[in-house]
Design a binder for this molecule. Structure first.
Ligand SMILES: Cc1cc2nc3c(=O)[nH]c(=O)nc-3n(C[C@H](O)[C@H](O)[C@H](O)COP(=O)(O)OP(=O)(O)OC[C@H]3O[C@@H](n4cnc5c(N)ncnc54)[C@H](O)[C@@H]3O)c2cc1C
Length: 227
């Protein structure tokens, strides 16, 4: 996880400052917890002996933008008596949903439209791939704002413009109404499509033991040691 993020449209100076903050945090953690650190490494496999994991096969990586590619010929074995894997999250494979590698096929990061449907958008981790609450929050706010603006611009230009000289409150109310109309005018799903979605919901609920209401289900599945 990146320990510090530069602001949007950061200057070279701000990027350099963020890198210094990251190095300082890493140095403090290393001094305190006495560990070593190797950067730009990718795990390519396990080293297994007598049925037990005794290390990892790792390769050095070349970074280009957000892509990290293993460098041919740089692989080596990193032996260790204990291997602890980190926990992350990747999008789940869903039947019928197109994927590119581990990711769903969103068009771009600023207004991430799913390639298979005009009105399906993604926000947060599933698009940015960055495991960080703040990055996900800021991304979702930015996308949602842009999405609302786009709907207003494309579908209700007249309505939005007619309130442009009104007070801020009236303008916001006008925009909300325009958005409401834009959503209302979208084509509805057919009865069969709604029924198919409901069948999927019920199948999923049965799979996880959700048989009555949320309160009783969450009480049933909450681990006894949850803090
Ligand atoms: C162990 C762990 C520790 C972490 N610690 C930190 C930390 O200290 N600080 C920090 O900033 N970040 C931390 N993170 C990362 C942070 O949790 C995520 O970056 C952040 O929660 C992403 O927010 P999100 O809204 O994009 O996605 P999520 O919070 O993952 O929300 C996605 C939601 O969609 C739901 N969902 C998924 N598939 C479906 C489906 N098919 N149908 C319906 N619902 C679905 C999921 O159940 C989930 O509720 C940690 C992550 C992990 C795993």
């Amino acid at each position: 996880m990146p320990l510090a993020q530069p602001p949007d449209n950061a200057t070279a100076e701000q990027i350099a400052k963020t890198e210094m903050v990251r190095q300082k945090m890493l140095r403090l953690a290393r001094d305190r917890y006495l560990f070593r650190f190797q950067d730009r490494r990718l795990t390519t496999g396990l080293v297994v002996e007598h049925g037990r994991v005794v290390g990892l096969k790792v390769a050095e990586t070349k970074i280009e933008g957000r892509k990290a590619e293993p460098m041919p010929g740089s692989e080596y074995e990193l032996r260790a008596p204990l291997v602890i894997s980190s926990i992350g999250s990747v999008p789940e494979f869903l039947p019928g949903i197109a994927m590119k590698g581990e990711y769903y096929t969103f068009t771009d990061e600023d207004l991430p439209r799913y390639s298979g449907a005009d009105r399906v958008f993604g926000v947060g981790n599933v698009v940015t791939g960055q495991g960080n609450i703040r990055v996900s929050l800021v991304h979702s706010q930015k996308v949602t704002k842009q999405l609302i603006d786009e709907y207003l611009r494309a579908e209700n230009r007249g309505a939005a413009e007619s309130v442009s000289f009104a007070s801020a409150k009236a303008r916001a109310a006008g925009q909300a109404q325009a958005l409401d109309q834009a959503i209302e005018s979208l084509p509805s799903l057919s009865t069969e499509q709604v029924a198919a979605i409901e069948r999927r919901i019920h199948a999923r609920q049965e799979q996880v033991g959700y048989t009555s209401d949320y309160d009783s289900w969450i009480a049933k599945v909450t681990p006894p040691d949850l803090e």
